[in-house]
Design a binder for this molecule. Structure first.
Ligand code: CMC
Length: 426
């Protein structure tokens, strides 16, 4: 590809260009400020490539999502979560032996230190589980060695993070309802263990329904990575200062919590419940979302990257009917969601702005069918996203272009002024 030319203040400058695997074009502006004295202005980083990555490919116009080259449609529903996590982290589908060893390592490292449990015990009963998860993961760097240069530490810490995130999540739920904790079992899959730790009674054997185990695997895989989204960029930003893996990932968990990002799944359920309580008057809320004088948005609609459809939402919509039918559930919130989608997809406001249902629109209805309480929805997103965050942390450590991330700004505050002391503030 030929160089890009920029004419600025009467002078012409050339910048190298390059192409990604799928012909995505980039202009390398690393030298822009040195050559021209100017910087780029790109709030929200909609046009800024912060790194080269080999993990996930998205084509937002075509609705394409691939992990390590594999289309999401070929992975979700076809692999166990831990096999997909292996692919995400190590770049290849595991052999049967690798899968068995990896699953065993994850179970062995899913037990949490008893001091961590007592730490968890002291959160107030009203604590939000996302807050518990973020700070419990951050505190893991107090419990485990975490030298980022030591491959043995790194490898164990990866297993601990992927293994323990579900244990911490399930324990935070058990604590909130006052039930004793249940530990994982080696003969259960990742998702089956999570469901058992959430819902088993200590008094009797709990058989994890297969429909629930499979649905959870699919949900977690669909959430596993999404290239440079807000939480993953946060993990990379923190990692760039050479912060340890626990510090980096816990920052990602906190970024995910916001309602424009992973917190949207909880917000969608709250919105659908509100509409249901308002006599199912969904048109009122469609109109509110279009009203410039209101801050209301249809939660679960729109995406920075997808401008045609979100392939994850498409898969979930197909799955939601099947799973609810198999489980014998009729959820009035699903009817509202379908009505909202139908109306919005025909409405000029949404068509012009290319606003489509995203992954969070239908995931909550599935979580609800699995018996997951609403405030745990974003925690489920975090469990699924964990291998993705770690894959980016690993990739970044090896990146020859790695520099501490440090954007610039254009200062728009007061010009130079002087303070004249009068002694009153001393
Ligand atoms: N409902 C109504 N209007 C909307 C919505 C919505 N959900 N989303 C965007 N718009 C409008 C927005 O008001 C703006 O209109 P105008 O051009 O007239 O000012 C236009 O569409 C562009 O919006 P934007 O905020 O500039 O778009 P963005 O790319 O910065 O934001 C988004 C993307 C996902 C944050 C946004 O669409 C949104 O707030 N959606 C609702 C929250 C949500 O569902 N988030 C989950 C995202 S998917 C999961 C994940 O990866 O985190």
């Amino acid at each position: 590809m030929e160089n890009a030319k920029l004419i600025f203040q009467g002078k012409e400058y050339e910048f190298p260009t390059f192409m990604g695997t799928e012909n995505e074009m980039a202009i390398d502006v690393k030298k822009l400020r040195d050559l021209t004295g100017a910087i780029t202005y790109d709030p929200g980083y909609g046009n800024t490539g912060a790194c080269k990555s080999s993990i996930t490919y998205i084509d937002g116009e075509e609705g394409i999502l691939r992990y390590r080259g594999y289309p999401i449609e070929e992975l979700a529903g076809e692999l166990r979560f831990s096999a997909a996590a292996y692919l995400m982290l190590f770049g290849k589908i595991p052999t049967e032996k690798e899968f068995t060893d990896w699953s065993k390592a994850l179970t062995q490292n899913s037990f949490i230190h008893s001091s961590q449990v007592s730490f968890l015990d002291h959160y107030p009963a009203t604590a939000h589980p996302m807050n518990i998860l973020g700070s419990m993961v951050s505190s893991m760097s107090s419990f485990y060695l975490h030298d980022s240069e030591d491959e043995a530490h790194v490898s164990l810490n990866i297993q601990r993070l992927v293994g323990q995130v579900k244990t911490i999540a399930a324990f935070s739920y058990r604590k909130s309802v006052g039930l004793p904790y249940i530990y994982p079992r080696a003969d259960h899959s990742y998702s089956a263990n999570f469901l058992r730790m959430m819902f088993a009674s200590p008094a009797e054997e709990y058989v994890v329904p297969k429909v629930m185990e499979d649905a959870l695997d699919t949900l977690l895989i669909l959430h596993m990575d999404h290239e440079q989204n807000c939480s993953t960029s946060t993990v990379r930003m923190v990692c760039s200062s050479m912060a340890n893996i626990y510090a980096s990932v816990s920052a990602g968990i906190n970024a995910l919590w916001g309602k424009l990002h992973g917190g949207a799944n909880e917000a969608v359920l709250n919105m659908l419940t509100m509409i249901h309580q308002d006599n199912d008057d969904y048109m009122k809320y469609v109109n509110l979302a279009k009203d410039k004088n209101s801050n209301f948005r249809l939660m679960g609609f729109g995406h920075r990257v997808y401008k045609n459809f979100d392939p994850r939402a498409k898969l979930l919509k197909e799955m939601v009917d099947r799973v609810l039918e198999e489980m014998g559930i009729h959820d009035p919130l699903l009817d509202i969601a379908k009505n909202l989608e139908e109306v919005a997809l025909k409405d000029e406001f949404f068509i012009q702005r290319k606003l489509y249902p995203n992954i969070d629109f239908y995931s909550g209805i599935l979580y609800r069918a699995l018996g997951i309480p609403t405030e745990m929805f974003t925690v489920l997103f975090a469990i699924g996203r964990m291998p993705g965050w770690i894959a980016h942390w690993l990739e970044m450590r090896q990146d020859p272009d790695l520099r501490i991330q440090r954007p610039r700004q254009i200062y728009m505050g007061p010009p130079l002024r002087h303070y004249e002391p009068d002694g009153t503030l001393m």
